[in-house]
Design a protein around this ligand. Structure first.
Ligand SMILES: Cc1cc2nc3c(=O)[nH]c(=O)nc-3n(C[C@H](O)[C@H](O)[C@H](O)COP(=O)(O)OP(=O)(O)OC[C@H]3O[C@@H](n4cnc5c(N)ncnc54)[C@H](O)[C@@H]3O)c2cc1C
Length: 359
């Protein structure tokens, strides 16, 4: 295991922003994970676990501690069910450092359903349970069977079932109650061989309908390809040279609000906001999710709005972008402007989605 000093972090993030890590190691296997965490412990260094850097805002000063990049690789796929069963279930055991989108591609190629709508999301396998990655009607929570972790408190490996992960909208125990306690080293996903694709979202349905060849039930590959096209149109697919994808994806979560707040928003704007069911949890009874993008636009921020070198994507109001040479401070200044305007107009506090590192 190589220990590097003063390693610039910007190249490890999709925003391309951030100062150096005081210490940096890349773990290739679970022994490296243990060794690196022991090193941090012995030297009293704060530890940050880095995946694909697609959901981060790293401070301009960098991180004054040890950054452990999870580079564990390998995928095993086993049929779990009676051989010859057309709807058998396949369990993919994927090491945490594997590229998520490559896993989706492989599952789709194997004709396994369950994650086809999550095509084109950047980052690693290990990052997916952390914020319960989701898009276009699917979430990893519904296919995760088990998450293998290293527990920093007890210094042991442990396996959690999906039920033990505390999944909710963009939430799990790993980014809430147990933030910073566990390092994910492997995730097992249970997918359905020969299963039908999920086609719940209107813009995805429209995209599929435009495909003239689709007068029959679309295949998993067609749905995954349609998801990528819809994502690219919104600048939500990493494409070399596309300035709109120099982002951390959605910068704000869609707020969950009470019916009373919906009425307040409507009064502040003269029309009802669009809304969606907030989720099945008890805490969501009587509450709805309102698109943050709608609130931001109604508060006066159009696509392409710029504040110095930070900006709002020209194709998606929810993505803040680095227009070239932006600093973390500039991104935060823009985020602050947007949050204040939304709160002043609608009384809703927008929560930032990316993880803040080194602030
Ligand atoms: C263009 C674009 C589009 C996106 N679209 C979506 C979308 O549709 N839906 C969605 O949900 N997200 C989306 N995202 C956000 C992001 O891709 C996901 O959150 C992704 O899962 C983050 O994984 P990562 O490996 O890059 O994690 P990082 O950004 O490196 O880290 C994020 C957090 O996870 C922790 N972490 C990472 N790996 C591990 C590990 N092995 N063990 C413990 N903790 C770990 C980090 O410590 C940090 O707290 C998008 C981002 C971009 C840039």
């Amino acid at each position: 295991m190589v220990i590097e000093e003063n390693k610039p972090l910007a190249p490890f993030t999709t925003l391309g922003i951030g100062g150096p890590a005081r210490w940096f190691v890349e773990a290739a296997d679970e022994d490296d994970v243990v060794e690196a965490t022991q090193l941090a412990h012995q030297r009293g260094l704060p530890l940050f676990v880095l995946g694909g850097g697609s959901n981060l805002l790293v401070s301009d000063a960098g991180f004054d501690g040890l950054v452990l990049r999870v580079g564990l690789l390998g995928i095993d796929a086993d049929l779990d069910g009676p051989p010859g069963d057309a709807l058998g279930e396949w369990v993919y055991r994927a090491a945490a450092g594997e590229d998520w989108d490559a896993l989706v591609e492989r599952a789709v190629r194997d004709n396994c359903a369950g994650i086809e709508c999550l095509a084109g999301i950047p980052g690693t396998v290990g990052g997916t349970p952390v914020q319960n990655v989701g898009a276009y009607g699917q979430e990893v929570a519904s296919v995760i069977e088990q998450v293998r972790v290293f527990d920093l408190n007890e210094a042991v490996f442990h396996e959690f079932s999906a039920g033990e992960c505390g999944f909710d909208y963009r939430r799990s125990r790993f980014n809430s109650t147990d933030r910073g306690r566990y390092i994910v080293t492997r995730v097992d996903y249970r997918l359905t061989l020969g299963g039908a694709p999920t086609l719940r979202y209107a813009d995805l349905q429209r995209e599929i309908a435009q495909d003239a060849a689709n007068d029959t039930e679309p295949s998993l590959a067609q749905v995954a390809a349609a998801v990528r096209r819809v994502r690219q149109a919104k600048g939500m697919l990493l494409v070399d040279g596309d300035p709109d994808c120099r982002s951390a994806g959605s910068f704000f979560k869609n707020p969950v609000v009470s019916r009373t707040q919906v009425r307040t928003i409507a009064r502040g704007n003269g029309k009802e906001p669009p809304s969606f069911p907030a989720g099945s949890g008890e805490e969501n009874v009587g509450r709805v999710k309102v698109p943050a993008a709608w609130l931001i636009e109604q508060a006066g921020f159009a696509k392409g709005y710029a504040l110095r070198r930070a900006g709002v994507s020209s194709r998606h109001t929810l993505a803040l972008i680095n227009r070239g040479g932006a600093t973390a401070e500039e991104i935060l200044a823009l985020a602050g402007q947007i949050r204040s305007a939304v709160e002043a107009r609608f009384g809703v506090q927008l929560e930032m989605e990316p993880v803040m590192v080194g602030f």
